[in-house]
Design a binder for this molecule. Sequence first.
Ligand code: FAD
Length: 372
Amino acid sequence: MELAEFRPELDRWLDEHHDELRPSRRETLDEQMAHLSVVKRMTFDAGWMRWGWPSLVGGLGGSTLLRAYLGEALTLRGYVEPGIYSMTEVLAPTMIEYAARDLAAEMVPRLLRGDETWCQGFSEPGTGSNLGSLACRAVRDGDVWRVTGQKVWTSLAHYAQRCVLLTRTGTPESAHRGITALFVDMDSPGITVRPIEAMHGSAEFCEVFFDGVAVPVDRTLGDPGQGWAVAMDLLPFERSTALWHRAAFLHRRLGDLLEVADGLDPARVGEVAQLVYAFRARSRATQYRMADGDHLGPETSIDKVLVATAEQAVFDLAAEGLPTAIAFGGDPASNHWRENYLYSRAASIYGGSAEIQRNIIARRLLDLGADR
Ligand SMILES: Cc1cc2nc3c(=O)[nH]c(=O)nc-3n(C[C@H](O)[C@H](O)[C@H](O)COP(=O)(O)OP(=O)(O)OC[C@H]3O[C@@H](n4cnc5c(N)ncnc54)[C@H](O)[C@@H]3O)c2cc1C
């Protein structure tokens, strides 16, 4: 199906199912996660969620633009929260590219249909920006890897059935050459998950501990030692379709703000709207490049810098327009603005910090030399 046909048909279906798709409550993460499963199941069973994915994983084919539009429509209507919805866009393409065919065929439909949640175990205490130094160790023991170590900031690990995990299989000095990616069942013996409450009041991410956890060798993503390539190919996905969905969220929240806040300085509104639209224009171009089959790489760091700038600008404007609600309000709408404002501080950290993105832009796109 082409985008021009997909859009009106999807919009019509969403209108018809509005009452079932609209969350009755979305104040807690538990509520958001439960409702996300409902939306994913409904859209998968009706076929919408399957467009833009290959038939190998239960998809109906077609352009990746169809996925971009589905997430945009669901986000604009407030049916899903983009951060938790878009994890699929980050992890499923990696599985399709690097998992054994049978494994991808078995697992990816579960994620698309909302039967499962997956998480991304990259960061560790002391290893965030410099992923090449990660220490969580996997040692070959017959038909399994034995994994021992710790991850941190693992979003949704306490809801997840599976984890895309980066492990050190080479020597500690092997840096990015000695990393292997594994697909791990989160109910494996030896895994302990401890949620961490963030400043916006929600425990979205976790510490995850691995104590001699057995992971079958056929759960290796790519070849042993190929984990760096898996990570480098995953990160652009984190900065492409997922960010298009986030653009829709920022657009919606800027519109909400203009409806409820009095006395905003028009020049400031224009400045912020310009940042949102600049980011959206950039992200739109990325969606089309992806749909044309281009390999996404370091240029998606520009999208990441722009989304962080736009997100913080939107919620800085909210803090100017709704200062009392954000500082003191106790009603659901005020709580939502406060959470959005506080969470926007993380936009320049998650998915690669703003400074690291600028380093990548300088070094790999502008050829301005190595870090000093
Ligand atoms: C909301 C949220 C969700 C997250 N979810 C996940 C997840 O699901 N899975 C996962 O694996 N991780 C996740 N993370 C972790 C995230 O990827 C890391 O926080 C990020 O990569 C930064 O790493 P760090 O926190 O270790 O900071 P550090 O790497 O220690 O950096 C600290 C500061 O130093 C700066 N800095 C570091 N190196 C350089 C340099 N060479 N040049 C200039 N400045 C530098 C950074 O920009 C930053 O300001 C999440 C983080 C957040 C905030």
